[in-house]
Write a protein that binds this ligand. Sequence first.
Ligand code: GLY
Ligand code: MN
Ligand code: MN
Length: 353
Amino acid sequence: MEKRLAKLRASLPEGFDAYLVAKPDNRAYLTGFTGSNGYALISRNTALLLTDFRYVEQAAIEAPEFMIKDYQTSLYDALQQALTEHNIQRLGFESDYITFSIYETLKEKLQAELVPQTGLVEKLRMVKDEAELASMRRAAAIAEAALRQTLPKIKVGVSEAFIALELEIELRRLGSERLAFEIIAASGPRSSLPHGRASDKLIRHGDFLTLDFGAVYNGYCSDMTRTFVVGKATDEQRRIYGIVLKAQQAALAAAKPGRLGKEVDAVAREIIAQAGYAERFGHGLGHGVGRAVHEGPSAGTKGEDALQPNMVITIEPGIYIPEWGGVRIEDMVVVTPDGCENFYSFSKELIEL
Ligand code: GLY
Ligand code: MN
Ligand code: MN
């Protein structure tokens, strides 16, 4: 936490006296505090965490580098008191998180200039430290093991919802704190829905089945997708699957320090376009993962950040053909000095269940 605070202070723009951090993932990243309510106020020489009675004891344990303040009846009075004590006049705030009405109240109650400033903490979060990577490795291992436990339960006649529930139970049994996001289980023609929620549709012989899911460990997410065929795959299913796999492997090989996210996206997109399916790959190749399942850097068509060692991204191309079905294959990787390392070892050959 000391290092994270020092980095944030170093990245505070000229003229800022302090930065107010309220976004839960940013606040937890900087302070260690995981409660639902609190504001971190960070200046060049102070680190305060304002929270309420429910969390004072927890905050003192989780955020030892911060001075904890129980704001009691008024957050705004407590904030103003802190601003006065520490002579803070220009205060940066997360304008992509603070609602308009909170902003109006801050403006009315605080005698400070409020300066919108997004992305300071998000930028730091893009590059993981060893403790974060260890948590993410565990979250990935839990997900992979849960998938292995679930596969034998997938049969013709069970519903997508049943499969999602079995997978969720295995994730939780193996130590996932919660789901990283609602499990996607889409089968047959529904597999053309990139984010198809598990429905009561029953699995039929020959269906594609796409499972997209993630575990959470120590507050860190994993994200993984595999597509299977229940029964015997047709030649057409094998052909489409093969194109997606080739695109995915090419992108994995291309992900290395210095490459922009959009350049890695382009490698996969080109292969899918050459095969005639440009229009059927309508989402970005991937995204950063960490405390949030979607965070920076982007590995989509607008990904302008250059990859750096210890960034974690997903590589997840897909082809989606309405009323026929779709395939997505998703791995999560950490960028290394000369390439990237996959968090998963789960097979990507087309598995017939
Ligand atoms: N589940 C959403 C994603 O893979 O990004
Ligand atoms: Mn996913
Ligand atoms: Mn993803």
